[in-house]
Unconditional design. Sequence first.
Length: 210
Amino acid sequence: MDINFNAEKNKEFFNMKINEYDETHQVFMNTKNELTNNLPSNVKNILDLGAGTGLELIELFKKYPQVNVVAIDISDKMLEKLKERDFGYKVKTICGNFFTIDFGRNYDAVISTSALHHFLKEDKLILYKKIYESLKEGGVFLNSDKIVNTNQEEIDAINYYNEFIQVKPHIDTPLSIEHEIEILEKANFKNISASNVETSNYRLFKAYKK
């Protein structure tokens, strides 16, 4: 993947979707809230990757009002809307490409929802290693994201991506549970689990830096 080309295409796509994003993603709110439900009780510093308009942070700030959050997204329009929320002043926002910007260090948790299924396996490995390095010892990576149920579905999605990525701005490439866990293991994560969430084609992946 040309990460710069893909990032610019995704930025254009999500900036165009700003007025319908929240309505579209309301159906995923219980799935997003599972991130908060699985955070350690002593969490203080969180990195949110693909934060969008901050829907997953609504429940988070209700439960952990004093938490420090850094939110990264490719869409400046999404982050502008996040800043308009009543907790927006508490969030440090960074607009940029996951693969090229500095995440920082020593987070208790890195969270993400509905964001990382846009990347191919080899790129996810690069990203997951970067996430691992950004966590403190004992930190947790929580990723609530789209999956496929068979290897053939995964192959079909990747083939479609390879055929149309130059002409379509936004193509999903979800992986099987087995392959998601395999990449997390290669990135050196431990105690990896995949649990069901309300949406059948989503799973909550939990992985620790130990």
